[in-house]
Design a protein. Structure first.
Length: 378
């Protein structure tokens, strides 16, 4: 008698303890080989190069091992409870759909782990390489992918259970209307979150201002229901996403320039020197590399002074990048002081704040009193 005949006799003899023992030893051995094989291909060095492969292997590791054990148990069950036996028909009516549902959940678990690993690897690689990424877009893609996986799991489970999707959708439509009325704020916040993710009106790290709601600060987190903003005084504000569908929003972090508009006042006595001041001022302004546009011209007559207006777009260097307010304030100070110095060099008197005239009568009389008038530039 050869080994194959002995093995066949063992399989046919369901009362034998040898087959379960051999099965257990084989399962443990194969399980160890699987773990060793996956660990071997997961390279711990050079994460930025082998990270995508590691993300896939790490995601498949636990679901694959669990699937191996589950379906090994199924093999043992079929060994002791043959599917051909009529007495086990009702038993397999439950077990067979359960196997399919477990397979769907295992695939879903693998996909969820893969999504998380890919996100983590992408963020780590950007840190290692020092590259800038849009964390809001990464977060949005992760959330949307997670929702799609859950939908696939639910639809697959429904199909295995034999439930009519058409009838379920009809029931869900009626139930959805009732739930929608009961949870209008929640639904509006969810749609607001989808709007933020889809339109990308701001991202994590942006400074935003919502004037109508009197809110401003730095975006810390964008969730499905609310967005967390750190106000400029350090407080955390949790803003419902529905606000972004109904209020105007200013994204300060996307400013390409800041506007400088100031009047410089000169005395009426300096009327003949205005053209020299304007020409010299324009010549100096043209040498600055932080102005993408400027106009420096005589703009009108005030009540007590002549007006020269400087209007300019102050940009960062290189042009087109975000302009921090501190940089803008520094440029504004340099420009205003330089233009004032040009006016002084051209012989203009000090910029008038007010004029005080005191007129006294040459004749002394009891009724005579000093006449005082004050004029302030408009």
């Amino acid at each position: 008698m050869n080994w194959m005949q002995i093995y066949g006799d063992i399989i046919k003899d369901h009362s034998s303890w040898i087959f379960p023992v051999l099965m257990l030893i084989s399962l443990v051995t194969i399980n160890k080989l699987l773990v060793w094989g996956i660990s071997f291909f997961e390279k711990k060095d050079e994460q930025e190069k082998s990270g995508w492969r590691n993300a896939l292997l790490s995601a498949v590791k636990k679901p694959l091992i669990l699937a191996f054990w589950i379906y090994s148990i199924v093999v043992l069950m079929r060994y002791y409870f043959p599917i051909e036996g009529k007495e086990y028909t009702s038993f397999y009516k439950i077990i067979l759909p359960l196997q399919k549902i477990l397979l769907i959940f295992l695939v879903g678990w693998f996909l969820l782990r893969l999504i998380h690993n890919v996100q983590s690897h992408y963020l780590k690689r950007s840190i290692v390489q020092g590259s800038e990424i849009d964390k809001t877009a990464v977060d949005a893609i992760t959330k949307i992918s997670t929702v799609i996986v859950f939908i696939i799991i639910i639809l697959g489970t429904i199909q295995v259970l034999g439930i009519s999707i058409t009838g379920l959708l009809a029931f869900g439509g009626a139930a959805g209307i009732a739930v929608g009325f009961a949870a209008q704020n929640l639904v509006s916040n969810l749609f607001g979150g989808l709007t933020v993710f889809a339109s990308r009106i701001f991202k994590i790290g942006d400074d935003i201002i919502i004037k109508d709601a009197d809110l401003s600060g730095k975006v810390i987190h964008i969730g499905w229901r609310s967005t967390t903003i750190e106000s400029w005084d350090g407080k955390r504000v949790y803003v419902p996403n529905s606000v972004f569908n109904t209020h105007n929003l200013i994204n300060n972090s996307r400013l390409t320039h800041r506007t400088l508009s100031q009047d410089i006042f000169l005395s009426f006595e300096d009327y003949s020197k205005i053209q020299d001041v304007v020409d010299e001022g324009n010549k100096w302004l043209s040498t600055r590399n932080d102005l993408s546009y400027f106009v420096f011209r005589f703009s009108g007559f005030g009540e007590s002074a002549l007006k020269i207006n400087i209007y300019a777009w102050v940009t960062s260097v290189p042009s087109g990048s975000f302009v921090p307010y501190g940089n803008f304030a520094k440029s504004q100070e340099e420009i205003l002081l330089a233009l004032t110095d040009i006016a002084h060099r051209k012989g203009c008197s000090a910029i008038p704040a007010s004029h005080l005239h005191i007129n006294k009568s040459n004749h002394r009389s009891a009724s005579a009193s000093p006449h005082i008038s004050m004029q302030v530039p408009s």
